[in-house]
Design a protein around this ligand. Structure first.
Ligand SMILES: [Zn+2]
Length: 321
């Protein structure tokens, strides 16, 4: 039993998901989530009845795998495959982990499992502490979508692991996959008191320019704020232009977008970007080197002449075919 828990904990740390979800799952296996039966054991509360169904003792296993909202949400991925079996918490989490690597299950469903469990836990908390309730269909949809976006942003094909951003810098501009649009974004920030220039340029898989824009913005306190403001502006522009599948190539803001929780000072702008992301079918971010992002850098810096601009675009398009 003890050995089984240790094994499951080890596997939890390897799950491909957000660090906060890994921490939550680790807490679940460890019995460290603050549910009624746990609190009672510590002498904190006496009423251990689950507030969601008013009929069972609120244990971690009950909240995550047995209570009605949990059953409804997990049903979307056919979990558990044998609804009549009774399992311990550790056995349930173990089974969920096994399903994540079961290739007979669709990839979308498999990778959503950690997000679905996280949605079940957040839903329980918002009902108990905030008195708010969202339908389980919406929660399920959001969880699957967040898992898809996270996987897209973190897949080696599009961007790169937040663990080693230095490895993912593209030495030169490369085109997006067919059907996708690549949007290079740059902010030319100098100091907190001046206006700064921002620019974006979108190109298709052949390197053909679809649109580009330049604008001046009022002072930002630092370079990262300026770049994040430009990303917000470029995302809104792509939505207006009807581009639904976009890879945003950015510079310094990549580190903040790859690990939002670690940049609390920029939370408001990062959250705006995360909300805008949900309005795309696919929106991902990749980090470009100074060189590969140099065209948009030059547009942000100057109004530019049509001759150099045309030559540079041609040059990049040809070197990538
Ligand atoms: Zn319940």
């Amino acid at each position: 039993m003890e050995q089984e828990i240790i094994e499951v904990k080890k596997k939890v740390w390897k799950i491909k998901t957000l660090p906060k979800i890994r921490t939550f799952l680790w807490g679940a296996v460890s019995g460290a989530l603050a549910v009624a039966d746990r609190l009672q054991k510590r002498g904190i509360i006496l009423d251990t009845v689950c507030k969601l169904c008013n009929s069972n003792t609120e244990s971690i296993n009950h909240v995550l795998f047995q209570c009605l909202p949990a059953l409804e949400i997990l049903q979307s991925v056919n979990f558990p495959p044998d609804p009549s079996s009774i399992r311990s918490l550790c056995q349930n989490i173990k089974l969920a982990l096994e399903m994540m690597s079961d290739v007979t299950i669709s990839e979308t469903n498999r990778r959503a499992i950690p997000w679905l469990l996280w949605a079940i836990w957040k839903n329980r908390n918002s009902i108990i502490y905030a008195g708010t309730q969202i339908s389980t269909e919406v929660l399920t949809h959001q969880a699957v979508e967040e898992a898809t976006i996270w996987t897209e942003v973190n897949s080696p094909a599009t961007t790169l692991s937040s663990l080693s951003p230095a490895l993912v810098i593209a030495p030169r501009w490369s085109p997006p996959r067919t059907g996708f649009v690549k949007c290079n974004v740059n902010a030319n920030w100098r100091n907190s008191s001046s206006l700064y220039g921002g620019a974006w340029i979108t190109r298709d898989h052949k390197g053909t320019v679809l649109h580009n824009a330049r604008d001046a913005f009022t002072g930002a306190p630092n370079r990262l704020t300026a770049e994040l403001c430009c990303i917000v502006w470029s995302m809104k522009s792509q939505i207006d232009l009807g581009h639904h599948e976009v890879i945003f190539s950015i510079d310094k803001a990549f580190a903040a977008l790859a690990n939002v929780a670690a940049w609390p000072r920029y939370r408001s702008l990062l959250e705006q970007i995360m909300v805008l992301k949900t309005r795309f079918r696919t929106a991902s971010f990749e980090q470009e080197s100074e060189r590969s992002n140099s065209i948009v850098r030059d547009i942000a810096r100057t109004l530019g002449g049509p001759a150099w601009f045309h030559n540079r675009i041609q040059d990049e398009a040809h070197t990538n075919i």
